[in-house]
Design a protein around this ligand. Structure first.
Ligand code: ZN
Length: 116
């Protein structure tokens, strides 16, 4: 099963790659502006830098909600009353008091404590 923090790391790495490409274009444009007299080249480089920087920064800003959407938490419900057991710490349903088997509670409890 795909882990959410792996997806988040990949999204951040993709954002980093885009930011590096943007930085290279920015430096190219800056060099063009300082050394050459090619105004079109400066604009092309600046446009390319912005075109890579914006989605790159977006990936850093929305990596958490995006990874949450890409890897949804498995839904755990009480077998008796269907109460949502996602944030449960004790193996007892808070709604109906049913004592829950270990396998039903432990994964989601562990996953929820992993969240920052
Ligand atoms: Zn219950």
């Amino acid at each position: 099963m795909k882990k959410r923090h792996h997806v988040r790391r990949r999204l951040r790495f993709g954002g980093l790659v885009l930011l590096v490409i943007a930085a290279v274009n920015f430096l190219w444009g800056a060099g063009e502006a300082l050394l050459g007299d090619d105004v079109d080249g400066v604009w092309i480089a600046a446009t390319a830098a912005a075109a890579f920087a914006v989605p790159g920064m977006l990936l850093f800003l929305i990596d958490a909600p995006l990874s949450r959407r890409m890897v949804p938490m498995p839904e755990v419900q009480c077998p008796r009353c269907n109460y949502d057991l996602a944030m449960l710490k004790e193996p007892v349903c808070p709604e109906c008091g049913l004592v829950l088997p270990d396998g039903l509670v432990t994964p989601s409890a562990k996953a929820s404590t992993n969240q920052p």
